[in-house]
Ligand binder design. Structure first.
Ligand SMILES: Nc1ncnc2c1ncn2[C@@H]1O[C@H](COP(=O)(O)OP(=O)(O)O)[C@@H](O)[C@H]1O
Ligand SMILES: [Mg+2]
Length: 268
């Protein structure tokens, strides 16, 4: 498999504004108001792989995902997607790029309650001058696959949590993206709905050869992927590969890594 995303020496520093009355004090505290969320990340994402990013809360998982997804900009370093250095693109090109190549699934479903399910799903297409026939055809095939056809004319607040996540998945797929990015996509789902969503992502990856990058802190959820990068304090600490292990064996390997890392936190 070839790299589809190349991340090199990626750094992200968030600067928090501090309300210091004294300017002198502000100067002295300048360092304190900064969070180094990512500290020199180097990684490749391979075309067609199912990559999982794990790590404790605050490790920088969402920050990394947002930078890979072009939602956020780096402080230092580079992200190349399909050979394109995204920091060199202007806002319009970035939106176009995001629209054409990426599909996002978030933990918070981000559906708009005053739009119908159907309108929510086709929202990304509104950005593009697509023909009505095309739009209808895509919404038909996707809602059939996800079994949400009967929900299309309803409003999100008439749907269950599991159904709303399917709507969010449909929206992520409506533009047929090459790369699917998911940040804790099962965070608000029960175990049956989580399993269904993961099975669906697995099919997209294995059958349709989509590249999937998913953040989770749950070893069970992570075991659906093929490779785990374990992030801690903005650094990649470990890599766990599935290779030819069964999902159950892989799950135990991930669990082992996560518990060792957690024990280290105790010993600090
Ligand atoms: N917008 C922001 N402004 C300031 N600090 C932030 C912001 N987003 C994240 N951080 C900080 O960066 C670090 C990494 O956050 P995040 O990437 O959200 O971690 P994770 O997703 O692994 O829980 C944390 O210390 C967090 O408090
Ligand atoms: Mg997060």
């Amino acid at each position: 498999m070839k790299p589809i995303i190349k991340v090199r020496e990626l750094n992200k520093t968030y600067s928090r504004e501090k309300y210091n009355i004294s300017i002198e004090r502000f100067k002295n505290n300048k360092e304190e108001s900064k969070t180094h969320a990512l500290k020199g990340i180097n990684m490749d994402v391979l075309d067609g792989e199912f990559l999982v990013i794990m790590g404790p809360s605050g490790a920088g998982k969402s920050t990394l995902l947002n930078m890979i997804s072009t939602i956020d900009k780096d402080t230092k370093g580079s992200v190349k997607i399909l050979g394109e250095d995204i920091s060199r693109l202007n806002e319009i090109d970035i939106s176009k790029f995001r629209y054409e190549k990426l599909g996002f699934i978030f933990q918070k479903f981000n559906v708009l309650n005053n739009l119908t399910v159907k309108e929510n799903i086709i929202l990304p297409l509104a950005l593009k001058n697509d023909s009505i026939e095309n739009i209808l055809e895509r919404i038909n095939s996707i809602s059939e696959r996800l079994e949400i056809k009967e929900l299309l004319e309803k409003y999100p607040n008439e749907c269950s949590g599991g159904q709303i996540q399917k709507i969010a998945v449909a929206r992520a797929l409506i533009n047929n993206p090459k790369i699917i990015v998911a940040d804790e996509p099962t965070g608000n789902l029960d175990s049956r709905n989580s399993h269904n969503l993961l099975e669906f992502l697995k099919i997209l990856n294995e059958v349709e050869k989509k590249t999937v990058i998913m953040v989770t802190h749950d070893p069970m959820i992570a075991s659906y992927g093929r490779r785990v990068l374990y992030l801690k304090d903005g650094i990649i600490e470990k890599e766990v590969l599935r290779k030819d292990l069964s999902q159950k064996e892989y799950f135990y390997n991930i669990l082992d890594t996560v518990s060792k890392e957690s024990l280290d936190l105790f010993n600090k």
